[in-house]
Design a protein around this ligand. Structure first.
Ligand code: IPT
Length: 994
């Protein structure tokens, strides 16, 4: 190996510093309201139907979950976890195998996901590219676009015409789902992190804006700046040094908070940045780049991606940006007036098939709140609490700084905001700096709407370790007046003329809640411990209690309707779901609650035998859980409990896999019939990769092969001096090349894993076997595995880096290359850009012999295949296994394919496998690179109630031991509940073409 190049990659975990608590309201609070149908905004917040809303969003990529019946599962989990909005990227390349050819059916039915989001009560932020990045091969550009010479992401005419092709189609779908047309799309993004700001880019941006408007997009348009650079801010901004664009809103992305160590340990290196009111960012600082528009974080890192050869970062990412981080960082954003905030990712999912860019492997779990197998992580519980507060206190939208309160501890800071209309307060308590982790006791003294208070009045509050508290004060909830609480509010509900509040705190800490009454109310402690005292002069009722399990307090009289307070510790509070007309305690998930004709229907999941408790209207006569009646009885605290626990899931048993195998690299043999292959000659070269002169253009894309594996066969007349063959190839992250001469394997070369910045091209030299050095005709056979095209993050056409062979030279001794003409033929994915299997689509296949002949498909007849071999050959050997599943019905189970010893990220054995389940390429396992060994298969791809086929294309250098390790099916999760899932419709077989 003599030469490597690196793909442009980000090292953009933006650092931040702690700031003094000096509010600098750079927003132009007098900015006029701008209206786009039902959506409007001023400098403080977005408004929907004139009502201010905190837009609390999380990202989901439908293309990373190729089983559309499960999209609703993810949407419901986001909703149940407190989000009111979902942000969706659309992947141009996913829909377009060939210029002019588009598919929006089946797993590509974007109309469906937008409809379902609206049905689930979620607003949608659409992000339609043309470029999206998103750790996708080519950043979402279609394969055919790399053959375009004109610079992408500029006003180059051919590029813009191509982009328009896509935009016309996707915009038409998005347009009909806008809130202005009866759907729920409220904001629309044009382009993604375009950090090059030349006039060609400005004209391109103008074009994109006009195109969206021309296509009927009527909601506000925005672009997401890579950081707080002030790129593409609306013309209304008079801030110095910004780059103006045609956009309505300015948005930026941020991924602060550090990363895990290589050993998988979280770090707390930086404090939460002040990217708004409390920032000191100068002219370009934070939201102030566009003072007339609301502060908008289009992506805030809620996890991070992971790379080939890591030690497995996702579990740590989930902690690094998990519980407490969310409270501190998302809370600081909100305190800074960032009222539009979207977490990237809410559900990461799977970069199945050839979707991944070189920077990532198959799993795109991202450490997000919903894990790849669709389980709610612990961090989702905290999300639910944050979302619950936003839903319970609409006054949080459009707040402004309210002046610094007095805090008794120097280690603690309190962001203090108010709603100018209602005067309601938000007190966001963190350490100073916010990544501090000391154990502190403190009080806060502030002029609150109901008077000046030092709180708590009893014993001081506590902030123990890296944490934050989201407190509200001076807020009217239902018919109650919450003067302040040192507990956090998770949910509120008004029912039958009474109010209910769920407040929580850290276990063992005491809580204090102050309520306002006209006269002394009656206080009854129905459960647990609490004390109360009434200050008749002020009308203040003070409740003091420990956060320990649960206390329930009922307050009646005093000039207000009755109030029930549930005072919980965290472990207790996270068991509650505020859905529809009810508050439900118990299940692992409550997807929805509806009340119809006296019947309260609750839909959800249980992870185990679970008690059920419900607060709902008296009008509820009967209760159903997942369509079965539940007998309940009233409790002394005003709820009802189920007479019997809800059942948990039944155990899962999975079959052992047995295999048949066949050798799958016949192209290596000199006599292989390649008469139908294309000659590699004459195609124009559009790649950015500099290429030695005097050779034909060998790059795979020029011949219509954009993804996965590609084969080359070259014929040359030998000379006695021909000693070596030197290759320059492009193969993406951990890609590889294998070489045979006259049917003899001469070696392979792999691009190294273990680097967060992948090396994506390489050079390798192989000795020719003595037999090939004589005169006469010889055949060289080469397989290149293309593990993805680079993204175009820096808008420098990096996605056009060549893939496949770039050059190949026969060399004399000493590495001198001399002219031995080689007649090359090339073969890749069957049909090239004309897909034989449009249902599975563009990302499913490359050009392995077994893929070209349908060995990966369930309908292939493998009766003639042999038992699995006991020794290994260089090249690719296919293994197939057929098995039946009869998993429990009414249960949501995620089954996975697991390779070898799942306790280590890497094997000693060196081999890789493409994993096809019922014909679907659900990922790539690279044994000696790792880290992923367990590949979840979404139901719908896997048949939980029928016959399944797994096909593995195992590629090895043939050295002893470099062969497939034991493969088994494992259960990653199972719950009782879930949604009905049908099999995704796709062909059982295709016609072979070799
Ligand atoms: C930002 C991209 O917009 C998004 O598509 C994705 O790639 C994300 O990062 C990382 O997962 S790029 C920003 C971190 C510079």
């Amino acid at each position: 190996m003599i030469k490597r190049s690196t793909a442009g990659m980000l090292a953009l975990l933006l650092a931040s510093t702690a700031h003094a608590q000096v509010a600098k309201p750079t927003e132009n609070l007098a900015a006029p309201v701008k209206t786009f149908g039902r959506v409007s905004y001023d400098a403080r917040s977005l408004m929907i139907d004139g009502k201010r809303r905190v837009i609390w969003s999380a990202e989901f990529h439908p293309f990373r979950l190729p089983s559309p019946d499960l999209w609703r599962d993810v949407l419901q989990k986001l909703k149940a976890s407190g989000f009111n909005t979902v942000a969706i990227y659309f992947d141009w390349g996913y829909h377009s195998p060939k210029q002019g050819v588009y598919d929006f059916t089946g797993i590509r039915d974007m109309d469906r996901v937008l409809r379902e989001a609206a049905e689930e009560g979620l607003y949608v932020i659409t992000r339609a590219g043309p470029y999206v990045n998103a750790e996708l091969s080519r950043g979402g550009f279609p394969g055919w676009l790399v053959n375009q010479r004109g610079r992408a992401r500029t006003d180059d005419a051919a590029y813009m015409a191509a982009a328009d092709e896509w935009l016309t189609r996707i915009d038409a779908i998005i347009a009909r789902h806008q809130i202005n047309n009866g759907g729920s799309v409220i904001l629309h993004q044009i382009e993604n992190e375009l950090a090059l700001t030349t006039s060609a880019q400005r004209r391109y941006m103008d074009h994109l804006y006009a195109k969206a408007r021309g296509d009927g997009i009527t909601v506000p348009l925005f672009h997401n700046d890579q950081g707080r650079n002030g790129y593409w801010v609306p013309e209304s901004s008079t801030v110095a040094n910004v780059v103006h664009g045609p956009n309505d809103l300015y948005a930026f992305d941020g991924y602060p908070g550090g990363t895990c160590t290589a050993q998988g340990k979280p770090t707390r290196g930086s404090a939460a940045p002040d990217w708004g009111y409390y920032g000191t960012g100068g002219a370009k600082g934070g939201a102030s780049a566009s003072p007339d528009t609301p502060a908008f974080l289009a992506e805030f890192g809620g996890g991070w991606f992971d790379y080939w050869g890591s030690n497995g970062g996702y579990d740590c990412n989930a902690i690094q940006r998990g519980k407490r981080f969310q409270r501190v960082f998302y809370g600081t954003n909100l305190a800074n007036g960032i009222d539009i905030q979207s977490v990237y990712m809410g559900y990461g999912g799977t970069s199945w098939g050839w979707l991944p860019a070189p920077v990532v492997f198959t799993s795109y779990d991202y450490g997000s709140a919903i894990s790849e197998p669709r389980e709610l992580r612990t961090k989702a519980e905290e999300m639910k609490q944050l979302g619950g507060l936003i839903a319970a206190v609409p006054d949080l939208a459009g707040m402004v700084p309210a002046g610094e309160p007095i805090v008794s501890s120097p280690n603690v800071q309190v962001y203090h905001n108010k709603n100018p209309e209602t005067d309601a307060r938000f007190l966001m308590v963190t350490h100073k700096p916010s990544n501090g982790s000391t154990d502190d006791r403190f009080t806060i003294t502030a002029d609150l709407p109901d008077g000046r208070y030092t709180l708590p009045a009893a014993e001081p509050m506590r902030l123990n370790g890296f944490d934050a508290k989201w407190l509200v004060a001076g807020v009217t909830i239902g018919k109650q007046r919450l003067v302040y609480s040192t507990s956090e509010l998770q949910a509120a509900m008004s029912v039958d003329g009474s109010d209910l509040m769920l407040l929580y705190g850290r276990a063992g800490e005491s809580g204090e809640t102050m309520l306002r009454y006209e006269s002394a109310p009656q206080v009854r402690v129905l459960e647990g411990q609490a004390t109360s005292r009434f200050d008749a002069a002020k009308g203040d009722l003070r409740l003091d209690y420990p956060h320990q399990g649960r206390a329930v307090v009922r307050v009646e009289g005093g000039g207000r309707p009755p109030l029930t307070l549930i005072l919980a510790d965290e472990a207790e509070a996270v068991r509650y779901w505020r859905q529809g007309p009810a508050l439900v305690r118990g299940p692992a998930l409550v997807r929805s609650v509806t009340l119809k004709g006296g019947t309260l229907a609750i839909i959800g999941d249980t992870r185990e035998d679970t008690p059920l408790e419900i607060w709902a209207a008296k009008a509820v006569k009967s209760i159903r859980w997942n369509d079965s009646a539940v007998a309940t009885r009233p409790t002394a605290i005003g709820s009802r409990t189920a007479e019997r626990n809800l059942a948990g899931p039944a155990p899962i048993s999975l079959p052992t896999l047995t295999w048949r195998a066949a050798y799958g690299s016949p192209e290596a043999q000199p006599g292989f019939d390649d008469s139908m292959w294309q000659s590699a000659e004459g195609k124009p070269y559009a790649s950015i990769t500099a290429r030695p002169d005097g050779q034909p253009n060998l790059s795979m894309d020029a011949y219509g092969f954009h993804d996965g594996d590609v084969w080359y066969r070259g014929r040359f007349t030998g000379t006695p001096d021909a000693k070596q063959i030197a290759l320059y190839y492009g193969a993406g992250g951990s890609g590889m090349v294998q070489v045979w001469v006259d049917g003899r394997f001469v070696g392979q070369d792999e691009l190294p894993g273990g680097l967060p910045r992948p090396i994506t091209t390489g050079t390798a030299r192989f000795d020719l076997p003595a037999s090939a050095q004589g005169t006469g005709e010889h055949v060289v056979s080469i397989m290149v595995r293309n593990n993805g095209h680079n993204w175009d993050l820096d808008s420098d056409d990096a996605h056009k880096e060549a893939r496949g062979l770039i050059s190949a030279s026969i060399e004399a001794p000493g590495g001198r290359s001399f002219a031995v003409p080689v007649a090359w033929k090339i073969q890749g994915k069957q049909g090239g850009e004309d897909l034989p299997d449009p249902a599975r689509g563009v990302a499913n296949n490359g050009g392995q012999y077994g893929e070209r002949t349908g060995w990966h498909l369930p309908g292939f007849d493998d009766a003639k295949w042999q038992a699995a071999p006991t020794s290994v050959q260089p090249g690719t050997t296919w293994y197939r296994s057929r098995f039946d599943l009869a998993l429990p019905k009414g249960q949501d189970t995620t089954v996975a394919v697991a390779f070898g010893d799942t306790d280590t990220p890497r094997s000693v054995a060196r081999y890789r496998a493409l994993v096809f389940v019922n014909g679907w390429n659900i990922g790539q396992f690279i044994a000696h690179v790792g880290p992923q060994r367990v590949f979840p298969i979404p139901e719908g791809i896997l048949n939980h109630h029928g016959t399944n086929t797994i096909a593995l294309a195992v590629t090895s250098d043939g050295a002893p031991g470099d062969m497939l390790e034991p493969v088994k099916l494992v259960t990653m999760r199972t719950v009782k509940g879930g949604l009905p899932v049908r099999m995704v419709d796709a062909p059982q077989r295709i016609e072979a073409s070799k």
